[in-house]
Design a protein around this ligand. Sequence first.
Ligand code: ADP
Ligand code: ZN
Length: 339
Amino acid sequence: MKKLTYKFSNSSVDYYLAGSISHLKEIVDQKNSIIITDENISNAHGKRFKNWKTIVLKPGEEYKVQETANAVIEQLIAMEADRKTTLVGLGGGVITDMTGYVASVYMRGIKFGFLPTTLLAMVDASIGGKNGIDLGVYKNIVGIIRQPSFILHDLIFLNTLPQNEWENGFAEIIKHACIKDAAMFRELESGSLRKYHTGKKAVGELIRRNAILKTKLVQRDEFEKGDRKLLNFGHTLGHALENQYDLSHGQAISIGMTYAANMSQQLNGFKDAKKVVNVLEKYGLPTCLKFDKQKVFDVLKMDKKRERAEMNYILLEKIGKGIVKPIPMKELESILNGL
Ligand code: ADP
Ligand code: ZN
């Protein structure tokens, strides 16, 4: 199995991007490992990991909360997990965030690795070491940056991925293209969900490219002082919308990216907002929503990208080049109201 190793400030991560879950036992010691997954994955794919110790959680973002972390920790204690134990998060972003978080606090930190099963987790959530949970409407408000020991991809899991989960993944892929990779943007413009859906080779290559793009961005700026902030394109407004309206993460950031593209035209001389909107729509993502601007702004104010009276907003200079622009909160409020 091909391995790539990426170094971060105080750890390194082994990537097995074209792997198989059957190789997991070569990466970790099976008797000292516990898989954390959710009911859907366990129902659809349980036979692939039937010989492993497993903790199965209820699926869904609403369970990415401290109570679930406590329940997992209680099970770890019951299973006599110790400092030699490795937790393996096998699932989508909810599972990888929760696994990394629990592993980072249980006994002040044990090893963990990921086997992402959604497109979104493969290209985004499992990469970069951000682990955490939500509190009320505030997404990822509690957490820690700590890198997994390994990331293993097995594309077989994508066979059962629901349609809306493909769209979620593509929202992050389009984000990567917008902020960093104009060539990939053009490829997405000429491709389609169908092409990637049916073409194992095409999707494998797209996943690899996106996983590495994000990894390199994080490597340069693990603790988000500069360039890593670009990954928040579409997310400031997106997060504020996500938990208040009935939107998936991909749908919410799609609307966030649409607004950010239009703001980029207004503030930054960006010319291609229409192209961004077209690509989002091509991959089944929404680009407009009527929402209560005041209510959403009240949540948006609490975003982690705010530094006192300014918000670090991610805009585009051109396709493939994102920038961080500090915008005073007052101005941001009036711009949003005007769009
Ligand atoms: P993400 O944050 O990566 O979008 P979640 O962890 O919220 O993903 O998972 C989204 C939903 O998809 C959950 O209901 C989860 O159980 C389900 N799921 C995850 N991976 C798969 C898969 N490979 N096949 C079928 N369902 C899956
Ligand atoms: Zn995201």
